[in-house]
Design a protein around this ligand. Structure first.
Ligand code: ADP
Ligand code: MG
Length: 538
């Protein structure tokens, strides 16, 4: 027999992993990602401290934040991070749940692979299970309208437990619900119209809802009043200056009187700007561009409050909050374009001054002002607020809630197992593993609270078998009970999104049996130019 020559079809710098190795490798990576966020799940979840290359510290309990900051390299692991990001952008909460579910689906698929079940059978079974699970989820969800403030507040509290906001969640849930009720229009919430501002002063519990906007600018001149009551606000997108004379133009001035005349005339034009503003009754100006010194002087003289170089997004928010119309040309300005608020005030904390526009009537943009003693604390409170805001806006849109604390997962799992019994064929095994994966949520909630997950799961299952579909593990008193009644509720959409994206990524990873990866070039070390090759020397 002639020796076979190996045939190379790929360039040298491609690393190839095939078949089982590729699959196991990917599954392992995905499991590791799930493992890394597992301890943060639920009210008793722990926090992680992440330190980046520059030494900046983040302390958080938030799944997506952790994964984003981990700078994950492995391609399959990166796909897991994507689920967290999708979850965050679609529904704003439930990131840890989604990632853990995907990890568990893959771990359980591995068991089936070991039993020599083909990946396509597993993926088909998972697909069927996911569709069924969402059907059950629909059956199990309860209608809620935005009039039910008590339920909305409970959703926020459920979202905020275990985050830095825990201690003040009564107050915070009220803030979130009032903010959303204030700005929603026909069930649609644009979260961009809720501004979150952080202020290093007082304590977290002093966090407040401002009926208006806070902008990070001080008044342009110290001679302007610090506070204006009954503000009539003009928003101007153009500079309050005399437009530059085109560079072609020449002005010839031959005598000092002519120069004086020219300057007087310029000043007159600038003063006219202020006269115009005063004549229509504006006493506050927010200008997106610059304000000439002379204009500043006259504005201050007339007791008008002004800020310059206010960002476009702040100008837009001010318009939503005060009802003002932004104008670009001063000639267009009339009293109709002015917005109103009870107070416009510069408030100073330490070296920083900000302008508060407060007491707007029926504002369509609003501000949550977070107080706190340190940046890290305020950042984590902000993330908790974002989860709460995401959840309530999701519910207002979708109008469906489910019981949290593992209740929904156990009930769906139970129904999936019953459904699997009606199936024939090997896909049945995958449906059962899918159902088992859902149990990972209540089991981890218990484990993180220091309870025995096996005991809790056994009790949960037996209670659900008896028909208690809202039985969950309440981590506040460590009892298995009707958690819906206790107000532990979540938007149904969080769960359906988590199921969809976890299944999708698990299926995608399971279908890969060949990984071709270009080897990254090692970081080039500084070469010593012109040195002879010394490799042959001894
Ligand atoms: P995620 O990133 O998935 O939202 P969280 O750390 O926010 O992760 O935890 C959410 C889980 O905690 C949900 O399953 C929710 O039902 C559960 N949970 C919230 N409050 C309680 C509670 N009091 N008892 C038990 N579980 C709770
Ligand atoms: Mg959450």
């Amino acid at each position: 027999m002639a020796d076979k020559q190996p045939i190379y079809i790929l360039p040298e710098n491609i690393e190839r992993t095939i078949g089982k190795d590729a699959q196991r490798n990917n599954i392992l990576a995905a499991k590791l990602v799930a493992e890394s966020v597992k301890t943060t799940l639920g009210p008793k979840g722990m926090d992680k401290m992440l330190v980046d290359a520059l030494g900046d510290i983040t302390i958080t309990n938030d799944g997506v934040t952790i994964l984003e900051k981990m700078e994950i390299e492995h391609p399959a692991a990166k796909m897991m991070v994507e689920i967290a990001k999708t979850q965050e952008s679609e529904v704003g909460d439930g990131t840890t749940t989604a990632v853990m579910l995907a990890g568990k689906l893959l771990e359980n698929a591995e068991k089936l692979l070991d039993m020599k079940i083909h990946p396509t059978v597993i993926t088909k079974g998972y697909h069927i299970a996911s569709e069924k699970a969402k059907e059950f989820l629909k059956e199990l969800s309860v209608d809620v309208t935005y009039e039910r403030e008590d339920l909305l507040r409970n959703i926020v509290k459920t979202a905020m437990t275990g985050k830095g906001a825990e201690s003040s969640k009564e107050k915070f849930s009220e803030i979130v619900v009032s903010a959303i009720k204030q700005i929603h229009e026909n069930g649609l919430v644009n979260l961009n119209n809720i501004k979150i501002v952080k202020n290093k002063s007082f304590g977290v519990e002093d966090t407040e809802l401002i009926n208006g906007v806070i902008i990070d600018k001080e008044r342009v001149s110290m001679d302007m009043p610090v506070c204006i009551e009954n503000a009539r606000i003009a928003l101007i997108s153009e500079a309050l200056e005399i437009k530059n004379i085109s560079s072609e133009a020449k002005i010839s001035i031959s005598s000092p009187t002519q120069l004086q005349e020219f300057l007087n005339r310029e000043e007159l034009l600038l003063k006219q700007i202020v006269d115009k503003i005063e004549s229509i009754g504006a006493n506050v100006i927010f200008c997106q561009k610059g304000i000439d010194d002379v204009v500043q002087y006259y504005l201050a003289k007339k007791g008008i409050y002004a800020c310059r170089r206010v960002s476009k997004s702040d100008i837009d928010m001010l318009a939503y909050a005060t009802g003002a119309k932004t104008i670009s040309n001063l000639n267009e300005l009339s009293s109709n374009e002015l917005g109103r608020s009870k107070i416009v005030e510069e408030i100073r904390h330490g070296d920083e001054a900000m302008t508060y526009v407060k007491g707007c009537e029926n504002p369509k943009a609003i501000t949550i002002l977070i107080h706190g003693g340190s940046e890290h604390v305020m950042d984590e409170v902000e993330r908790a607020f974002k989860d709460g805001l995401g959840d309530v806006s999701t519910v207002i849109r979708d109008r469906k809630v489910v019981a949290g604390a593992g209740a929904i997962e156990i009930e769906i799992s139970k129904r999936l197992k019953e459904f699997a019994n009606t199936m024939s064929g090997r896909e049945q095994l995958a449906v059962i593993e899918f159902a088992n994966s859902l149990e990972f949520i209540p089991s981890t909630l218990s484990e993180n609270a220091g309870l025995d997950p096996i005991d809790i799961l056994t009790e949960l299952k037996s209670r659900h078998d008896k028909g208690e579909k809202y039985a969950g593990i309440n981590i506040f008193n460590n009892r298995v009970e009707n958690v819906f009644e206790k107000g532990i509720i979540e938007p149904a959409k969080i769960k359906s999104q988590a199921i969809s994206s976890a299944t999708e990524v698990a299926i995608m990873i399971l279908r890969i049996d060949d990984v071709l990866a270009s080897k990254t070039q090692p970081k080039s070390s500084p070469r010593m130019g012109g040195m002879p090759d010394m490799s042959g020397m001894d």
